[in-house]
Design a protein around this ligand. Structure first.
Ligand SMILES: Cc1cc2nc3c(=O)[nH]c(=O)nc-3n(C[C@H](O)[C@H](O)[C@H](O)COP(=O)(O)O)c2cc1C
Length: 324
């Protein structure tokens, strides 16, 4: 058993949090991870609140164990305020907050009695979240899939551990197996957040070709570039950009975000560039991080949890031998 401040505080068996990853990280994935003893998370970004409410009800039907919902807090995020209201109305007991200024949402969810975990990409965000009373901080390094900052995982996590004092810290970005979990715990972290590894799970409701590309990837073919956001009709905060496993679309537009934005803004229809069947190469973004190099097969989420914990336990038992 790997027991930490996080597992004790949340009443979970293993210090593994599955990242919120949009609506594709839905009830099937979140409930499978929670049922396996980790902390499953429903992704919500841009998802109509009624769908999130029914996904929460579904998770509650599928497992009696704790689960989180992920809410993005940056100015301009689609449906941000409606989704924050929904989290309060549906009495989310654990929330992960990401991107932009999370402080107002931290105060609101703390007042509502929720356990509030804040994902930070730089020291200023981590300090602000700690000051506002966050219950745990995710130190997210730039190897991560999806949106991430500019700091490498190792030194940033060490820095946040020093800042956080008694507040539990979780490490995100590049953790795809038990080696990453063992390293995080050995540093003094209370657990890890894994996104890319759970994207290649049976329960993640995404494009099978994207999962196959994660499996084929050696981790060296990811692209972190502003152009990965250029097709969307809203702007992400300055301190983050998206990381994807390269597709022909990503390679074509890398370094050309303004050109892509101009193209995306030239459409009249609401789905804009996303509905353009003539786009060559076609619009295709496979959000995933460098830990793709650690993923060899699509697995059930419970098996990912089991293998990760078993490997970390094996490694941590050996670590004390280093002390001589
Ligand atoms: C497909 C995908 C979608 C993501 N979507 C979100 C999101 O909606 N909200 C969020 O806070 N983080 C999101 N992230 C980032 C994760 O929260 C997490 O920090 C990251 O996956 C950790 O790094 P890893 O991918 O190496 O495990 C996403 C990551 C991936 C891979």
């Amino acid at each position: 058993m790997l027991q930490t401040a996080l597992t004790r505080r949340l009443g979970i068996d293993h210090p593994i949090v599955q990242a919120g990853m949009g609506a594709e990280a839905g009830a099937a994935l979140a409930s499978a991870v929670s049922e396996a003893g980790g902390l499953g998370t429903l992704g919500t970004i841009g998802t109509p609140p009624a769908l999130v409410a029914s996904a929460m009800a579904r998770v509650r039907d599928l497992t009696a164990r704790p689960f989180a919902i992920n809410l993005v807090t940056f100015e301009g995020a689609p449906l941000r305020d409606e989704l924050l209201d929904l989290g309060i109305a549906e009495r989310a007991t654990i929330v992960t907050l990401s991107f932009g200024d999370s402080v107002p949402a931290i105060l609101r969810f703390r007042a509502a009695g929720a356990f509030v975990i804040v994902q930070a990409q730089d020291a200023q965000q981590a300090e602000a979240a700690l000051h506002a009373g966050a219950d745990a901080i995710i130190a997210q390094g730039s190897e991560a899939g999806g949106h991430t900052g500019r700091r490498g995982t190792l030194s940033f996590a060490a820095q946040v551990l020093s800042l956080a004092g008694q507040t539990p810290v979780l490490v995100a970005g590049g953790v795809g197996d038990g080696k990453g979990l063992a390293a995080a715990l050995a540093m003094g972290a209370a657990g890890v957040v894994m996104g890319t590894r759970f994207k290649a799970s049976e329960e993640f409701a995404g494009n099978p070709a994207h999962k196959a590309a994660i499996i084929s990837s050696d981790g060296g073919d990811t692209i972190s570039d502003l152009s990965n956001d250029g097709a969307y009709p809203f702007r992400w905060p300055e301190n983050v950009r998206g990381r994807v496993v390269a597709t022909p679309f990503g390679r074509h537009w890398a370094g050309r975000v303004e050109e892509l934005r101009a193209r995306a803004e030239s459409y009249d229809s609401p789905r804009g560039i996303f509905s353009d069947a003539t786009l060559d190469p076609p619009l295709d973004l496979n959000w995933a991080g460098e830990s793709s190099g650690l993923v060899e097969e699509v697995l059930p989420a419970a098996e990912i949890v089991r293998r990760t914990v078993a490997e970390a336990e094996r490694l941590l038992r050996k670590v004390s031998a280093v002390l001589g």
